[in-house]
Design a protein around this ligand. Structure first.
Ligand SMILES: N[C@@H](CCC(=O)N[C@@H](CS)C(=O)NCC(=O)O)C(=O)O
Length: 256
């Protein structure tokens, strides 16, 4: 289903599910939220993030994406808030396990992927650090912009690097253990939101090919660039899992 873009004023004056999205690069937070809505078949209207639009920022509460706004409820920008809203509006198919321990596992592991100092944040700062220091990372202008906005501190670069590797190793160890138990999913034997987060965030290390995931060449170089230790931590099982989740449950090519 193609993404239904509307202009900001139309979205603001409408009701239902509206979401501000990052357009043109495969932002994993946005891609994961879009995937969740797709799996749950929730109709929604997309508004492209425009960082310079003050009225949009006032409506959404921030200049980032994604931000989900349902009817006249408060805007939701946290990955967990967006997931809980989607689960409330369309309880089936469930993406949060029913069992309390599995539910805690889902939120804990997803936190390690999506939240501040999780894989996505740490990987972004890794690309910023490299880009600002003549290494292979984001183009310098992009690195400068992201540094200011997402809390880059040079003295934390080493700890940040460790985070990326630790989370990658933890996730791949879990996928291997699940595989030994005959499952292709992170938790139990069916799809959860965690599978969607992992598939979307793998783009920050191994983006899907250009025909499935178009983005400017310089950004692709930035997404793919990594040092030897990070490369070693990128176990092929993460990409295998990503391909399975996209093929079976999500939409290709990416349409944002
Ligand atoms: N709100 C999200 C994180 C959102 C986020 O980091 N968005 C980035 C994705 S790259 C963004 O909007 N970037 C575009 C920009 O900052 O201009 C969460 O923590 O759950």
């Amino acid at each position: 289903m193609p993404v239904n873009y509307v202009d900001f004023e139309t979205a603001r004056d409408a009701s239902g599910f509206r979401m501000v999205v990052v357009r043109g690069v495969p932002s994993p937070w946005t891609q994961a939220a879009v995937g969740i809505l797709h799996v749950k078949n929730i109709p929604w209207q997309a508004v492209a993030l425009d960082q310079g639009n003050d009225e949009l920022a006032a409506w959404a509460g921030e200049r980032k994406g994604p931000v989900a706004i349902y009817n006249d409820e408060e805007p939701r920008s946290g990955w967990d808030q967006i997931l809980l809203l989607a689960e409330r509006l369309a309880p089936e198919p469930r993406l949060i396990p029913e069992d309390a321990a599995d539910r805690a596992l889902l939120f804990g592991l997803s936190h390690e992927i999506c939240s501040e100092s999780g894989l996505g944040w740490a990987r972004r700062l890794q690309g910023v650090h490299a880009g600002l220091n003549g290494g292979e990372g984001f183009p310098a202008g992009v690195a400068q912009y992201l540094a200011g906005k997402y809390g880059y501190r040079a003295e934390e670069a080493e700890a940040n690097q460790r985070r990326v590797i630790d989370v990658l190793e933890m996730l791949s160890a879990r996928l291997h253990a699940q595989k030994r138990d005959g499952s292709r999913f992170y938790i139990g034997s069916s799809l959860t939101a965690l599978d969607i987060y992992s598939a979307a965030f793998t783009a920050l290390l191994k983006p899907l090919p250009q025909e499935q995931c178009p983005m400017p060449d310089a950004m692709r170089v930035g997404f793919e660039a990594m040092d030897e230790d990070t490369r070693k931590a990128c176990d092929p099982i993460l990409v295998e899992h990503r391909d399975y989740i996209y093929e079976e449950y999500l939409e290709l090519p990416l349409s944002l």
